[in-house]
Design a protein around this ligand. Structure first.
Ligand code: ADP
Ligand code: MG
Length: 255
């Protein structure tokens, strides 16, 4: 089976500092991959390179076989980085959920989700509303559709942000520490929603410090340290019996 997402030779530097030092991996359709690693190891940078929120310094990212962010050069033309406008359809295929939710405070919950559906998928107002309600039901937020995001708990806001990402009907979900800004008692409700999406067979790449969650929900785990993937394997193996000393040290520290 071909990979849905395939990353080859990914590098990213800020000035003279190389943050990602050559990363290769694949995510097959339906696979759930957890990316773990110490703070500053390059996890967010890696995720943001997938949809060119950060422009890679080198490497090749393909979604469903199509090169992301770069148009092939023709006859003597070198390849070109796409503009944000050209990138928009590719970005829409990757639903991104950040640590902070970034909902519009002046719009209702429903409008926050519907506006994404309208913009990205060019639906009519009625279609967008229907789709938004469907996605809010998936994250168990239908009952707050007309509320302002300001009235919601952090866990509820994050679930709305997940509904917003889902309303793009993405092929792949990218989660960057979706629970790390939440009060501890709100973490579970967000993880439960992610687990339900995983059970639906959605493809996801998830950065998380929730190690037990990664072990139970992910198919594979990649451990990133110092801008390289130090260890990669079946989730249970990497987390319960890591091979590499650096993985062992990291897991011991966060337990
Ligand atoms: P993680 O998500 O694993 O904590 P990041 O990807 O956020 O790591 O950061 C990796 C490294 O890249 C850090 O040393 C960070 O300071 C640096 N970095 C991230 N973004 C930028 C930026 N825009 N400019 C300069 N350095 C950055
Ligand atoms: Mg990060």
């Amino acid at each position: 089976m071909t990979a849905l997402l395939s990353v080859t030779g990914l590098r990213k530097s800020y000035g003279s500092v190389e943050v990602l030092k050559g990363i290769d991996f694949e995510v097959k359709a339906g696979e759930k991959i957890a990316l773990i690693g110490p703070s500053g190891s390059g996890k967010s940078t890696c995720l943001r390179c997938m949809n060119f929120l950060e422009k890679p310094s080198a490497g090749d990212i393909r979604l469903d076989g199509e090169r992301v962010g770069v148009r092939p050069g023709g006859r003597g033309d070198s390849e070109r980085i796409m503009s944000d406008r050209q990138l928009a359809p590719q970005r829409a295929q990757m639903g991104m959920v950040f640590q902070l939710f970034h909902l519009w405070p002046h719009l209702s919950v429903l409008e926050n989700v519907a506006i994404a559906a309208r913009k990205v998928r060019r639906l009519s107002a009625v279609e967008a509303r229907d789709l938004a309600m469907e996605m809010l039901a998936k994250v168990h937020m239908s009952h707050r559709a007309s509320a302002s995001p300001l009235e919601l708990s952090g866990g509820q806001q994050q679930r709305v942000a997940i509904a917003r990402a889902l309303s793009q009907k993405p092929k792949l979900m990218l989660f960057d520490e979706p629970t790390s800004a939440l009060d501890p008692e709100l973490v579970h409700e967000v993880l439960k929603v992610i687990e339900e999406l995983a059970a639906e067979g959605r493809t996801m790449l998830l950065v998380t410090h929730e190690i037990a969650f990664a072990r139970d929900v992910a198919d594979r785990v990649m451990f990133l340290d110092g801008g390289v993937i130090v260890e990669e394997g079946l989730a249970r193996d990497v987390i319960t019996t890591p091979r590499e000393p650096r993985t062992q040290a990291f897991l011991k520290q966060i337990r």
